[in-house]
Design a protein around this ligand. Structure first.
Ligand SMILES: [Zn+2]
Length: 115
């Protein structure tokens, strides 16, 4: 019985650690732009991001200027296109994405600048 309790306690500890790590990663995304020197220190517990288009999570052909819902996820609230280092998108797909966002902007489906 005592053993079981310690096991549970250990599980909880592990959960806490995982939570902390997740929070750190989330926090890092936000400060990433300023803290480029900190990034080197943090890279040890940083999980590698993979391109969501390459992995098939999102089909590349879904990325069109018409798919505003999707494109909206790749722009900042201000209207800027999110950089590759934050979204993890590969160069090829980022290029395509950016082109489509720009087309959508011309058609006023997305903002050039939202205040
Ligand atoms: Zn890709």
């Amino acid at each position: 019985m005592i053993e079981k309790e310690t096991d549970i306690q250990m599980d909880l500890n592990v959960l806490e650690e995982v939570k902390k790590e997740k929070l750190e990663v989330a926090a890092e995304d936000e400060v990433k732009e300023k803290a480029s020197s900190d990034r080197d220190k943090k890279k040890f517990f940083y999980s590698k991001k993979v391109c969501r288009f390459c992995t098939g999570q999102i089909k590349p052909e879904e990325v069109t200027y018409k798919n505003v819902e999707l494109l909206r996820r790749y722009i900042m609230p201000s209207g800027k296109i999110l950089p590759r280092r934050i979204t993890g998108t590969c160069a090829k797909h980022q290029r395509h994405l950016a082109e489509e966002i720009k087309k959508a902007r011309i058609l006023a489906l997305l903002p050039f600048l939202a205040r």
